[in-house]
Each structure stands twice: as C-alpha cells, then as structure tokens.
Design a binder for this molecule. Structure first.
Ligand code: ADP
Length: 465
C-alpha cells in the first residue's frame, strides 16, 4: 500500500485514518474523460512544488457530485492510492450531533490528524448533511450544524493553496450547499460523476470480474445492455450475486447466465421460489411471449432485453424488458405511430388469451397491460393524435367526454386487431417462445432473437389507423 503514517509526529493514534487503502485508478471504470481531471489532482501531490513555483494555485477542496453508488468514494481513495498519501475520511452525517460543539470538534480533530500525517486526502462523504445553506434549519440542531460548518470553513482555509492536505467531498446535491463552501479557495472545483452508460457499465463489470473465476465466453455486453440505469455499486453486486449462484450449483466458473440472473435479481428483487401448476406456467408464458412477439414488429419497441416468467417477490406475472428510447420517451418525442405500437403491444396479452384459450375461458391475467393500453389510448385521443380530431379547436369541451371515450375505444379496437393478426401470423414463433419459457423460465435477448430468426414472420402494421 502507498499509504504511510509518519509515526514520528504522531503521538495519538489517528481516529479518522483509513489504513490499507490501496485503490488505483484501474479499479475505477467507466469514467472516460473524468479520469483526466482526477489525475491532475494526483499531480497536485506528486508535483506540488512545480505548481507552487509557477504560481498555480492548488484547490483546497474538490467536490465530487453525483448519485449514490457511482464511485465517488472509490475515486477519492484512488486519488490517495495513486498519490501514495494517507486517506482520512468521515461521513458528514457524523458531524451532525445534537450536542453543541461535538461536530465542530470532530472537524478540528480530523484536520489536525490529516495535517500531522500529511500529505493526505480528507474525504467528507455526504457533504450536504452539514453543508446545507445556513439558516435553513431552525432550532438548536441548526445552530450546532452552523458551528460545524463554520469550523469546516476555517479548516479548509487553513490549507488553501498549499497542496499538502486536499479535501475531497461528495454530494448528490451541490445545488443546496452553502455558498460560502463553494467560494474560491474552498470547494472551488466541481466534478460531476454521472451514471455509467452502456460501455461504462461493461467496463465496470469487467473490473469487478477480474478477481472472480469467470467463464471465458462471458458476454459482458449482454449484461451491460440489460442493466440500463444501474450504477457501479449495483453492478459490483451483480458479480457477487452471480458468484454465489455459481457456488450454490457447485460449479467452478461464473457464466453469462449467472450474471443475467443476478442482474434481474438486482433489478427486481429476489426470486420467489413458489410453485405453479404446469397450466399456470404455460398461461403466464403465453402472456409474456405475446408481448415480446408483437413488440419485435415495431421499430421503437423491438429492442427486447429479456423475457422471463420467473416469479419474483411482489409480482405475480412475468416480465418483458423492452429498452425504449428513454430520451425520446421522456421528452414526449415518441411518434404517433410509436404510441399506437405501444398500445398494440399492451393489448397483446389480451389478444393471446382470446386466441389460445377462447372467449369462453378468458382470465384476467392481462388486466394490467390492458389498463396501460387504455390510458395510452386516452392520451392518444386527448392529445389530438387521432386523425378524426385533427384541428378541432373545441376538442376539450366537457360535452365531448363521451366522444373521447368512444374514439379511444376505436383506437383500442384497431390496435387489438393488429395484435391479434401478428399473433396469428406468428403461431410458430409463439409456440417456440412459450415452450422455451416454460422450460427455462427466462430467455436472454440472444435466445429470444434466435427464435425470432428461426420462426418469425415480421410484417409491419399498415401505416395509418
Ligand atoms: P459513492 O461514493 O458514489 O456512493 P462508492 O464509491 O461508495 O459510491 O461505490 C460503492 C462500490 O461500488 C465501490 O466500492 C465499487 O465496488 C463499486 N463501484 C462504484 N462505482 C464504480 C466504478 N465506476 N468502477 C468500479 N466500481 C465501482
């Protein structure tokens, strides 16, 4: 380890020192250009003299901003590890004490230790816990916190520009920090750490796989692509859960399948091992297969990540994960046609129930997706997307509610017929997907699309309603 303590100056044992911090930049993945900024911080330590000689001011504090679990703490440790300096850390929530003076004295002790053992990195986790704008918290708790914050400001100023103690703090709320904290010479450098993208997730998975017995053919991309929205902490956990899965089965290598299952657990909670009758397994499989089979017909919905009927805690049915274009979706930029396609997919379970079990034996297994379809159809009509209502200025008049419902119904019927037609044309594919689902409980993207290639009849819907 690069961390060292100068014991000569050090009578008390430092309380806030983390020993054995041996993190390197190579342990932190998926950062892209952010890494360059952090490498510069390392240089403040290793080439401090050079900066000073040339009159370049070294920042007293660096603020790492970003959601929990993206690796802010890990990065701070890597800075210390790469520079070979001591790492002191405290969570700001520990500063916030009811007893007046406790928080402030902890801050003082922390910096005292860091200085005695310089060069060092001081890491303050959750800075917003203590760094919220002063005066926002009322009562004695607020006073105590103000005293702590004041002490922190004093401590930061004590090292300004000298580069022997550098403070790194993390926060998810840089916007609510007290302005005094972010003034020049204090936390005057902000680095934003976003959630990792596709490639970032793959790199993070690989970093954590380094110390595990992975099978040679593990498909990290497949795992990365179904973990959209997850952060490093969750991805690290997926590797751990996959390892446990391997051990449980008495195997010696972690496979892609272990990882995909672990990813589902991370996303949706533990598998619920309840039993189902063969008939029920099949019914759920038809329900999920129908959505997937209809969805592959539509450009904005065909990006299917996996199809599963494995029961999960708190959820009755299976699950089809479709990766929508989130940006388009959030910004309401889905086209009129995509919205219709979405309604069609949501009605697929209902259509399948009719086709496979007949009108006389309908269940309510499709109730949730039919609800989704209904509300989407109403948005479609209310948004004036329905052709019948283009350019009608008094469309939102109260006496037209009935008409809106009727038009939504018409849209639903149109989409329902579309779903039925696709399912009828794809009976072979449906049977294959249902069989595989019943047998394996989950299909990966690859497995699903292999079946589509083998049996699928993809025919685009007619362009207009
Ligand atoms: P934060 O401080 O942002 O809440 P942490 O640094 O505590 O997140 O991350 C928790 C754990 O998640 C790390 O110890 C590491 O195992 C893993 N992790 C998070 N981000 C990354 C990353 N970018 N690369 C590798 N591992 C990561």
């Amino acid at each position: 380890s690069g961390a060292r303590v100068r014991r000569a100056h050090n009578k008390r044992l430092p309380q806030y020192l983390e020993r054995g911090v041996d993190v390197k930049f190579s342990d932190v993945a998926g950062l892209g250009k952010i890494r360059l900024e952090l490498e510069e911080i390392v240089k403040f330590f290793t080439h401090g003299e050079m900066y000073r000689r040339r009159g370049v001011k070294i920042p007293g504090g660096i603020l790492l901003c970003g959601p929990p679990g993206v690796g802010k703490t890990l990065l701070a440790k890597a800075v210390a590890g790469e520079a070979g300096v001591n790492f002191f850390s405290i969570s700001a929530s520990q500063f916030v004490e009811i007893y007046v003076g406790v928080g402030a004295s902890r801050v003082r002790a922390l910096y005292q230790e860091a200085k005695e053992n310089a060069p060092s990195v001081v890491f303050i986790d959750e800075l917003d816990a203590v760094g919220r704008e002063r005066g926002l918290i009322k009562g004695s708790g607020g006073q105590e916190r103000d005293a702590t914050l004041n002490q922190l400001l004093v401590s930061l100023d004590g090292f300004e520009g000298r580069g022997e103690v550098i403070t790194i703090a993390s926060t998810n709320r840089p916007d609510i920090l007290d302005p005094a904290l972010v003034r020049p010479g204090r936390f005057d450098r902000k680095i934003f750490i976003p959630k990792p993208g596709l490639i970032g997730r793959m790199e993070i998975l690989k970093v954590h796989a380094r110390k595990k017995p992975m099978a040679d053919d593990v498909d990290y991309m497949a795992v990365a692509s179904m973990t959209d929205g997850m952060v490093g902490a969750e991805l690290a956990n997926i590797i751990e859960v996959a390892a446990i899965n391997m051990m449980r089965d008495g195997r010696t290598e972690i496979t892609t399948d272990d990882l995909l299952q672990a990813a589902q657990i991370e996303e949706r909670g533990m598998l619920d091992r309840k039993e189902r009758s063969p008939a029920t397994w099949k019914q759920v499989a038809i329900n999920e297969a129908a959505m997937a089979v209809v969805a592959v017909n539509f450009p904005d919905l065909r990006n299917i990540e996996f199809v599963t009927i494995a029961p999960r805690a708190g959820r009755e049915l299976g699950y089809v994960r479709m990766k929508m274009d989130h940006v388009k979706f959030k910004e309401g930029m889905l086209s009129r046609q995509s919205l219709l396609d979405h309604i069609t997919v949501q009605l697929a379970p209902r259509a399948a129930d009719e086709l496979w079990y007949g009108e006389g034996q309908l269940s309510t297994i499709w109730a949730e997706t039919a609800d989704n379809a209904r509300s989407a159809a109403r948005s479609y009509v209310l948004g004036g997307l329905s052709e019948k209502h283009h350019g009608l200025s008094n469309f939102w008049a109260a006496d037209r509610i009935n008409e809106i419902d009727l038009e939504a119904l018409r849209v639903m019927n149109f989409c329902y017929d579309g779903a039925k037609e696709i399912l009828q044309q794809n009976r072979k594919l449906m049977d294959a997907v249902v069989d595989e689902l019943v047998r394996k409980k989950s299909l990966t993207k690859q497995e699903f699309f292999n079946l589509v290639k083998l049996h699928g009849v993809i025919k685009p819907m007619p362009p207009s309603i």
